[in-house]
Ligand binder design. Structure first.
Ligand code: AMP
Length: 483
């Protein structure tokens, strides 16, 4: 039996294919029937052009329903979808095209789909096994070369079904989709939940607080990055009433500040559900739909996911990380499960380094489990600071600073320091008195953890997925302790 993801998704489309799939800003809709036909024509064109199962099809374009027609058509034809961030420069794109060697590169999906409609639709989906490659996702790669995570039909199908169940999706839902579709969050997590429910999506090309506010009147679920929530909260028009139609607000891709969680609850009466994932495994843990959602924790592993805290953070990258305690120790999170990717495209050595001998993927995220089994993430291993021989987990310091007056958000980094190796620096969005903040941090934390310097900025650099780009901050402030 074919385990092509396309067939699973299409088997859940509404029986009445005239039901809307995309609700567009101009008041029009694109139905499930239109989506299915578009995908079949795309697949027909691909096959006519000689695309064989396993061939890569790259796409770099602005978000549109046609991007999804191309994505689904690629799956239907048995090919491999390779989405590229629309912000990549041509030099960056050249690297991906050289590495993945796609058979086609789509840059204008509406025109590409219009041309595809001149080809007969492909009737039968090309059979694929669960292990066959469905998509290649290049990681954002803040250090070293960007790596292509190989996700199979089985990886994506398993995760989609688990999330659909965990978050209680039904055909009565309306998903507000304002995420980019070149990243796993918008392309797999959000889209697959909607398609498996056969429900409509309020389809926004990008986040705009005014459009999201309008869309929330119809939506029942919003999936976003933390920045969506801080931007909504900054809009006085966002009230308890404007959130009243929504049954579930989900956040991920970057840490949600406990202060955002609290402010959101105070404003709307609703608790944001935070979950944790990555390109290499899609979603790994989630807070519960029906149980307690705890601020700062990313919840429990999804069914079928084995999660453990491995060796100490500095040993990341060693294939020998020893399975470690479940007793609340902090270390690098390791995972195994049906959605964990099979490896990095054409990088067998890198792949071998990032899996343990017993088959766990070393995520590179540092975290711990509490006695209830909840997972807490304290940052990326590569962001760990070693100052005077002591490990400083930036998150611990950031949590203290974020509570201090004048601080909106902080990012704690290590920069070269001639006595300590690395000196702890806090880059603070907000304003205040440096000496007073440092004194307060020293009162609450061991002295070696407290920042030696604080730099005030108007905004922290964040990428489209809301992640603070600490590599940029480290570069910018590299000479802070130089004499
Ligand atoms: P990406 O592969 O671009 O999706 O990035 C994955 C990384 O984002 C993870 O390895 C984490 O470091 C981070 N991340 C995702 N969700 C969360 C979350 N809820 N809290 C903290 N970090 C997160």
């Amino acid at each position: 039996m074919s385990e092509n993801l396309y067939d699973l998704l299409a088997s859940r489309f509404p029986k009445d294919r005239s039901q809307p799939c995309f609700l567009l800003g101009d008041g029009t809709a694109i139905s499930y029937g239109d989506l299915e036909a578009g995908a079949a024509h795309v697949a027909g064109r691909l096959v006519a052009e000689g695309v064989a199962p396993g061939d890569r099809i790259a796409l770099q374009a602005e978000k549109s329903p046609e991007v999804i027609m191309v994505y689904l058509g690629v799956l239907k034809a048995g090919a491999v979808f390779l989405p590229l961030n629309s912000a990549y420069t041509s030099a960056e794109v050249d690297y991906f095209l050289g590495d993945a060697e796609p058979k086609a590169f789509v840059t204008d999906p509406p025109a590409w789909v219009a041309e595809a409609r001149r080809h007969p639709p492909l009737e039968a989906t090309v059979a694929r096994a669960a292990d066959d490659l469905a998509s290649l996702i290049y990681t954002s790669g803040t250090t070293g070369r960007s790596k292509g995570a190989m996700l199979s039909h089985g990886n994506l199908a398993n995760n989609a079904l688990a999330l659909h169940q965990a978050w209680g999706f039904t055909p009565d839902d309306v998903l507000l989709h304002a995420l980019p579709v070149f990243h796993v969050h918008g392309l797999f997590v959000a889209l697959h939940c909607a398609l498996l429910s056969g429900c409509p999506m309020v389809w926004l090309p990008r986040f705009s607080d005014a459009e999201v506010l309008a869309g929330l009147k119809r939506a029942t679920v919003l999936m976003g990055v933390p920045t969506f929530y801080t931007r909504l909260l900054a809009n006085p028009g966002f009230t308890r009433e404007s959130a009243a139609n929504v049954r579930l607000f989900i956040s991920g891709s970057a840490p949600l500040l406990p202060s955002t969680f609290a402010e959101f609850e105070a404003r709307t009466g609703q608790r944001i559900l935070e979950r944790y994932g990555m390109s290499e495994a899609v979603i790994i843990t989630t807070n519960p739909l029906d149980g307690e959602r705890v601020a700062g924790s990313v919840g429990y592993p999804l069914p079928g996911v084995e999660l453990r805290v491995g060796g100490a953070a500095p040993s990341v990258g060693s294939a020998d990380t020893s399975p470690a305690s479940e007793g609340g120790a902090t270390g690098v999170i390791e995972i195994k499960g049906p959605s964990v990717f099979s490896g990095y495209w054409r990088m067998p050595e890198k792949t071998a380094e990032e899996f343990t001998k017993d088959g766990f993927f070393i995520t590179g995220d540092v975290g711990r489990r509490d006695p209830d089994g909840r997972v807490w993430i304290s940052g990326r291993a590569k962001d760990l600071i070693i100052s005077g021989g002591y490990n400083v987990y930036p998150k611990e310091v950031e949590l203290v600073l974020d509570e201090l007056p004048g601080v909106t958000e902080s990012a704690v980094i290590g920069v070269p320091h001639k006595d300590f190796g690395e000196g702890v620096v806090a880059v603070v969005m907000g304003e205040g008195d440096e000496a007073a903040l440092i004194a307060e941090a020293r009162r609450q934390l061991a002295a070696y953890k407290a920042p030696k310097k604080i730099v005030f900025v108007d905004a922290l650099p964040k990428n489209t997925m809301g992640k603070v780009q600490k590599n940029l901050l480290r570069q910018q402030f590299a000479a802070l302790f130089a004499d």
